[in-house]
Design a protein around this ligand. Structure first.
Ligand SMILES: Nc1nc2c(ncn2[C@@H]2O[C@H](COP(=O)(O)OP(=O)(O)OP(=O)(O)O)[C@@H](O)[C@H]2O)c(=O)[nH]1
Ligand SMILES: [Mg+2]
Length: 383
């Protein structure tokens, strides 16, 4: 099976191997959790876009015996699990928990044993749980210095990548590093299994879209809470700070400079289009015409309106920032932004109409939100 490259993921139990796999694949495929050895056996995971499969492994506490056993298990599993007499591992992702701040002797022994088995296989060290940007430099240095000491036996990693696969709940920290990890990986796979730059770019855009979606879900939920206050048109201004934070967050995902003058104008144009413009008014009027909406309690209705505005703006911003990222925008005349906002608002109204129609009896805002946001994304929110 040389159709796809095989990437073996190693690391201690709880380092975050399964979490990493879920983020890269874009679906909750591998079981994640607390406690010892959540992943019991090796399992390959694939996604359509990627020309490599990720092989999850049972985390092992580092000691010589465990390592030997793990290598043995992997070899025998590879024959059966990959249904191949001559299975090949094309790369190792060696996960090191960035919060641990250490690289023990046992870890090095593990690497030695692994390298003995897969001599020519390039290693990427993934610094999992890299919550803080400011700690990257020290963590990378620690990994490089440790490998340097043992380089004869372990070889040197081709890259050390800080990654935060899942953003922590209720914190203003975003996931990061996945696209960079994929880029390094693809660039270092041999030609037989390499994928095109175009495919990598497509994958990158999908990653960015998913990250933006996570921000939108958060902001929409917040807006619905804020929205318990009656919103009338001039008052939609109440949502402006939330919208600005959301749009700025999305522009950051696309690595656009929000301090650039053009970008500042784009951001304020989106906010304007979504709150005080004719586009927004039309959308709100459409919302008020949704069958059954007249029977909804005023506070719920307000919550729906607020959520709808923010959701529409968020989705429009993702489209706009993607265009800006690809260099496909006209920065002189920003009228095109109105069209995109209009399109997204229209879609949002439709989603809400469908969600309300699907609810029987009393409208419950939390269920409604769930239905709208779920419909909306194919990203399963992490539990
Ligand atoms: N917020 C956050 N939590 C993470 C991240 N990576 C791992 N965790 C948490 O760390 C714990 C262990 O993660 P897993 O992905 O199950 O770790 P594992 O390496 O697969 O563990 P085993 O299967 O036992 O070997 C879980 O509670 C995860 O939610 C991350 O990027 N962000
Ligand atoms: Mg696991």
């Amino acid at each position: 099976m040389e159709d796809k490259a095989n990437i073996l993921i190693l690391g201690t139990s709880g380092a975050g191997k399964s979490t990493l796999i879920n983020t890269v694949i874009g679906k909750e495929v591998a079981k994640v959790g607390t406690g010892k050895h959540v992943t019991e056996k090796m399992e390959p995971y694939e996604s359509e876009e990627l020309n490599f499969r990720l092989i999850d492994s049972r985390g092992f506490e580092y000691n010589f015996f465990n390592t030997k056993k793990a290598v043995f298990d992997m070899k025998s599993w590879m024959k059966d699990g990959l249904k191949n007499d001559k299975p090949r591992i094309h790369m190792l992702w060696f996960c090191v928990d960035a919060t641990s701040k250490r690289f023990t002797k046992q870890t090095i022994q593990t690497m030695e044993a692994v390298k003995k088995e897969w001599k020519e296989v390039p290693i990427v060290v993934v610094l999992t749980k890299s919550f803080f940007l400011g700690e990257d430099e020290d963590n990378i240095k620690m990994v490089n210095e440790t490998f340097e000491k043992f380089a004869k036996k372990t070889g040197r990693p081709i890259a050390v990548m800080p990654v935060l696969a899942a953003a922590p709940k209720d914190e203003n920290i975003s996931s990061r590093g996945i696209e960079e990890l994929i880029e390094v990986t693809v660039a270092n796979l041999d030609n037989a299994v390499k994928i095109s730059e175009e495919a990598v770019k497509k994958y990158e855009l999908k990653c960015k879209g998913m990250k933006a979606q996570a921000l939108i879900i958060g902001a929409t939920t917040t807006a619905a809470v804020v929205g318990a206050i009656p919103i009338d048109f001039p008052d939609a201004i109440i949502l402006t700070p939330l919208e600005t934070t959301l749009i700025t967050g999305i522009s950051k995902i696309y690595k656009l400079d929000q301090n650039d003058d053009n970008m500042k104008q784009i951001i304020s144009h989106i906010v304007e289009a979504g709150t005080v413009s004719i586009v927004a008014k039309t959308a709100i009027n459409q919302l008020k015409l949704i069958p059954g909406i007249a029977n909804i309690a005023a506070d719920v209705l307000n919550a729906i309106v607020a959520g709808a505005i923010v959701l529409g703006i968020g989705e429009a911003s993702t489209i706009i920032m993607e265009k800006a990222y690809l260099g496909e925008i006209d920065a002189e005349n920003l009228d095109w932004i109105d069209k995109i906002v209009e399109g997204s608002m229209g879609k949002t109204v439709l989603k809400i109409t469908n969600a309300i129609a699907a609810q029987s009896g009393k409208i419950n805002i939390s269920d409604l939100l769930k239905a709208i946001l779920k419909n909306d994304s194919n990203v399963e929110k992490k539990a």
